[in-house]
Design a protein around this ligand. Sequence first.
Ligand code: SF4
Length: 213
Amino acid sequence: MELPKKIFYKTQAEEIIKKLAMRNMNGYYCESADEAKKLVMDMIAEGASVAWGGSETIKETGIIDAVKAKDSIKVIAREEYVTDEQKRTLKGLIATCDYFLMSSNAITLDGELVNIDGAGSRLSYLIYGPEKVIIVAGMNKIAADVKEALSRVRNIASPPNAIRLGCNTPCAKTGKCMDCLSEDCICCQVVVTRKSRLSDRIHVILVGEELGY
Ligand code: SF4
């Protein structure tokens, strides 16, 4: 990446981190995905239980592989819970886990987290449950304000996500949000996290690279 862009990302991130602090969320800046992966692994305590929500970013950064490879971590991997009974058990395990990993669909310059979800199997755990939530987001996710963030989420992030998930939504076919109410809608929940009521719970790692959608 060119030096001016690197400096821009770092400068912008430093300002957002100050805004996150005002919202009782801890912010960090890493120049690269590798640096972010190391930070996440350093944050996770020995013997902790770890779950994660669907995210291209945490896959791309190698964080999921690193978590799975560390013997001392109790991994809660959704794909291992297949039957209805197991899936019900899984909900309880994630809600009471030590660390929940995810990205954010967008983050505003003022430090708000803006996210959408279909069933809510990611955002429910951001809002309540896991002891700590670690969010990893590339600087491509930054938007000026909530309005721009929602536009980004619906027109930039959702179409490729809908395609990736094989959802039969208008955005997957046209590349833009049609404000649908379709059966496969991935925007059933639209959540703006303005503040964390609990201190030291939500940790936001901004990465000076383009990651995820
Ligand atoms: S509301 Fe429907 S069309 Fe719009 S982004 Fe969400 S899933 Fe796609």
